[in-house]
Design a protein around this ligand. Sequence first.
Ligand SMILES: [Mg+2]
Length: 324
Amino acid sequence: MDSVLSRWSRTRSADSVFGLGLGYYVPMPAKRSVNDNPAPEPEVIASMSGIADLVARYDVVLLDAYGVLVNSAGLMPNARTLVDAITGQGRGFFVVTNDASRLPQTLTARFQRFGLPIPAEAFITTGSLLPGYFADNALVGARCMVLGPADSESYVRAAGGQVVPVEAGQDCDAVVVCDEAGFSFLDTLDNVLSALYRHFDRGDQVALIQPNPDLIYPKGNNAYGFTSGAITLILEAALARRYPGRDLLFARLGKPHRPIFDQARRLAGTDSLLMIGDQLETDIAGARAAGIDAALVTTGVSRWDPSLHNDSPSPGRPTHVIRF
Ligand SMILES: [Mg+2]
């Protein structure tokens, strides 16, 4: 089995592959499996040594990107602390991000500019789930309207999709909503809506695909923005208005949905995983539903208030809360 253990072992002896002289991605043997000791109340971690002790309990750590490592303005203040705690314990990590607007190599270059070297192989993006989804759903060769920047279109082409322009009168076999950037918002949505109504009115099948289901993201300096999940809600509401009862919904691939966690488990080659994220509804609920322990950091979107959240049902609750 080509587990991450064997891949990373090989990688360590061939650092030139990543261009890094770092022992980042070499997980140690498991000290604890996921469900040995599920905590009914989140364990609050509030020190550097506490973070190191936490990550040492797992083989591989899954790190969210936005709100944990970066925001739109650059590196989060505690990103390096977190990465150093993981690597200092000899643990491996993947960055598990709902981003479908940047290819892994683009993310590597971006993080490098911020001074945090992470190889492309360590990114699990929702865009990288598209080849599997297209293959499983006989979509190779499909004409795809893609909402997102150039890298989003590259993801779709890599999956075998044929990218067509989002123009009035254009036909399509699939709509792939990757990101809120890279297009004229209202004109584009109007053209997608018109194409969907035209196709569904005449009984055509159109695949509806949502790699990144995030509604909002932190922009930094206490500013927040809407992203692709919000676009999908608009389109689904419009479809429900014209086709009540048909449940014309987008297939969601990213957190909190299962496909991205299954991919992380497969690539990590272990069940001893800890997800660290900033959103209760995506990172935490998704990981917990997939049987993965989850630590909430309070530097991003979600807050942790025991008086509000302690009655919320498991698995929507974190196993740990990290306060920097
Ligand atoms: Mg986040």
